[in-house]
Write a protein that binds this ligand. Structure first.
Ligand code: 9MR
Length: 726
């Protein structure tokens, strides 16, 4: 280990802004001294006879790391910047990594150099997040059906290099919703400029003819981006068309439409996202061209499978069949609390009936049940399987999650995951999530499958009772090996939500009284973000306000939602980009795009409750941020806009790492700006970022650029609302 004084010296250098001498970590990187200390695996031998290192990669391996060439025992110092470079040739995809040479083989940096048959040079700069003397550099070259030759030369890992300055390409300074505006909706844009007084703007149609003009409103410096900004309002223009552009201060926006069709498509695609997240079933190419894959985690090797999953050692002595469900995100984990909020939000979109629900082209299509209910049932059935059956300790409680025993690398298709799957302990939060959504399902599915509805309701009642008997089984934040923790230390919100759903479905006095006496019922729950997987009170509050019932004091419940909406409206009106989200100290949270959308759901709900147009306008304007009116001038929804997120962190939509794999399907929402930069890629590229700029469309940036079932549910809810507006 480098000594503490070495770390202190590095910190001092950084503080002084001085660069140390650049220090080479790799020994014999040019292979002039033979092969030592390089290693190779997968049955290969390194041949240096041509002055470079070549190996014959055998065919028939599965994972990139099954065949590799590398060097161990390298030093890394946290906070220092390194340049990893080499020349290489070959005609198959490879992965270049700097990581830990011993278990758990953490990856500190990874790239997918696009090789050709002649040697080309590759160079990457990254910041080390840890200090270790057990780092390795490696080129992982396995995973091909046929044999091929890989050659490597001039490998270098240079420490003490200057940090790479990443400058995002933000295009024209006029920022618009790139998919377009509704003819009868708000039409607002943001101009980034040094000017401090109003400037003229012009709206041009596709033929270039000016169809509207006006003056900008200076807004001062926008806290969320650090930019001096003006806003533009052209809501008065209502003529449908495609290819409009907005110009001001010598800049012209990306093109956009004035139309109603885009939101209907977005509604459909955001919901179609769930089929390709399914576990336990083959994804069919005829239903999702380009996305076909074998069923994941169905007990076919190398999967250990979800058919009979044991608990973590010492947690329980039974196994459960927990096949099915949706993969949570870019990993292969399945987590009840995140499944719960996702199911609730998609079913809420269905229950609110703002717009008709689209056909989704899924295997169950045509069975007489709406597709959206078919799709959600895939997850509900899984959630029900996570409940401890009668006869076992903690019967009626629900396991918090099931995932791999250790984290896996990227890319990795679900059916190729070799890790042992494990059930984690039951939790009060997971149990109440099941109670809430199974109760909701009981009323939603009643019409199509009464027996299923009865079964779901029984499971919900059992879960609620079990949670009452075990109110403090809290999922800890330490449980994050091989999957996310989804730790939740507060469960009174989950109790309230579950009781609310049970009451709305059954009208039982027992649940009604629970709701009415819960302190959460009258709490101001609409904070920086209205709700998320860990804060579920608003799910109950919104349903109590919006769904019919005789709940005493329902008028006050409705009023509380409208008061919440007023807060988000005020935040939005003060925001030069029209965002109804202003986190304390401008620290944007993990998955901020979903927070923007969830706050917009509260605004849309206030419109439903009051009919006041200002809330409709506000909800729609929030969509502009997601779809391009932002500091990065990009849409966060794959395939929706001129420039869109498309490299979201995922083990199977890993096109950025393996050209043979697809990008995420259109309609996939990226997490968005996250000030905490919890992944090494974000740390190296975005250090010092301001708010909105804390995002990068790179597959390695799991803390800013993942895709998840609970973020797409927020998108689907709002797209459903917007699809109904004209
Ligand atoms: O979305 C989750 C975010 O709110 C948490 O802060 C973060 C860290 O616990 O985890 C996020 O959820 C991830 C989960 O743990 C594992 N699957 C991918 C999820 C999205 O990044």
């Amino acid at each position: 280990m480098p000594s503490l004084p070495a770390q202190a010296a590095a910190a001092e250098r950084a503080a002084a802004g001085k660069q140390a001498a650049e220090v080479e970590q790799v020994v014999n990187g040019g292979f002039s001294a033979g092969t030592a200390p390089w290693w190779s695996n997968g049955g290969t031998t390194i041949d240096v006879s041509s002055g470079q290192a070549c190996i014959t990669v055998p065919g028939g391996t599965v994972n990139r790391w099954d065949v590799a060439i590398g060097q161990n025992d390298l030093d890394l110092v946290a906070g220092e910047n390194y340049r990893f470079s080499f020349t290489a040739s070959g005609d198959h995809p490879v992965r270049a990594i700097v990581g830990l040479s011993t278990a758990p083989y953490d990856t500190y940096f990874a790239a997918a150099p696009a090789l050709t048959s002649t040697a080309s040079a590759f160079s990457y700069t990254f910041q080390a997040g840890v200090t270790t003397s057990s780092a390795q550099v490696a080129l992982q070259v396995g995973g091909s059906a046929e044999p091929w030759t890989f050659c490597l030369d001039d490998v270098s890992l240079l420490g003490g290099v200057p940090p790479e300055v990443y400058v995002p390409d933000t295009g024209p300074r006029v920022r618009v919703n790139q998919i377009g505006y509704l003819p009868g909706g708000p039409k607002r844009a943001t101009l980034v400029t040094t000017a401090t007084t109003a400037l003229p703007w012009r709206l041009a149609n596709a033929a270039g003819r000016i169809v509207a003009r006006g003056r900008t409103t200076p807004r001062g410096v926008d806290v969320s981006s650090g930019q001096n900004a003006h806003s533009i309002d052209f809501s008065g223009y209502r003529i449908r068309g495609t290819g409009y552009t907005l110009s001001a201060d010598g800049e012209t926006s990306r093109p956009f439409d004035v139309d109603t069709t885009a939101y209907r498509q977005l509604q459909r695609d955001s919901l179609k996202f769930y089929y390709t997240q399914r576990s336990g079933i083959e994804i069919r190419d005829d239903l999702r061209p380009g996305y076909a894959r074998p069923a994941g985690h169905v007990d076919v090797a190398p999967n250990k499978g979800d058919g009979a999953v044991p608990c973590q050692p010492g947690v329980c002595d039974y196994t459960l069949d927990v096949t099915g469900g949706w993969y949570d995100a870019g990993d292969h984990g399945k987590y009840v609390v995140n499944g719960g909020i996702s199911v609730w939000q998609v079913l809420s979109a269905y229950e609110q009936r703002h717009a008709p629900m689209p056909a989704l082209a899924i295997p169950e299509s045509g069975n007489g049940t709406p597709d959206v209910l078919n799709e959600v049932r895939w997850e509900l059935d899984f959630l029900l399987k996570m409940q401890v059956p009668a006869g076992h300790p903690d019967a009626g409680m629900v396991h918090h999650k099931i995932h791999d025993a250790a984290w896996t690398g990227l890319p990795l298709l679900p059916h190729l995951d070799p890790q042992q799957r494990e059930l984690h302990p039951v939790s009060t939060a997971a149990t109440l999530n099941l109670a809430a959504v199974a109760a909701q399902a009981a009323r939603v599915y009643r019409r199509y499958d009464p027996a299923y509805a009865r079964m779901a309701l029984a499971a919900a009642r059992t879960a609620f009772t079990a949670a009452q008997a075990n109110p403090d089984r809290l999922a800890p934040d330490s449980d994050s090996t091989g999957g996310g923790a989804y730790n939740d230390a507060r469960v009174d919100d989950d109790f309230y939500w579950a009781a609310a759903e049970l009451y709305l479905t059954t009208r039982d006095k027992h649940y009604r009284d629970y709701v009415l006496t819960s302190p959460v019922h009258t709490e101001d729950i609409f904070g920086t973000g209205a709700f998320d997987w860990g804060n579920t009170a608003a799910a109950g509050r919104l349903d109590l306000a919006l769904l019919p019932s005789n709940l005493p004091g329902r008028a006050q419940v409705k009023a509380s939602v409208v008061r919440g909406a007023e807060k988000y409206l005020a935040i939005q009106q003060a925001h030069p980009y029209g965002v109804p989200y202003a986190p304390a100290n401008n620290l944007w949270d993990w998955g901020s795009n979903s927070t923007v959308l969830n706050n917009a759901q509260v605004l849309a709900s206030a419109y439903e409750l009051t009919g006041h147009a200002k809330y409709r306008t506000a909800a729609l304007e929030a969509m502009d941020y997601i779809l391009g009116r932002n500091a990065l001038n990009q849409s966060y929804v794959t395939g929706y806009g001129e420039v869109t997120s498309h490299n979201q962190h995922s083990r199977w939509y890993a096109h950025q790492l393996d050209p043979a794999l697809p990008n995420p399907p259109k309609g996939s929402l990226a997490g968005g700006a996250n000030s905490s930069l919890q992944d090494p890629l974000a740390q190296s590229k975005l250090a010092g970022c301001v708010g909105q700029f804390c995002y990068i469309d790179d597959i390695q940036s799991w803390s800013t650029n993942e895709l998840t079932i609970n973020w797409n549910s927020a998108l689907a809810w709002m797209a459903t609302f917007a699809a109904a507006q004209r």
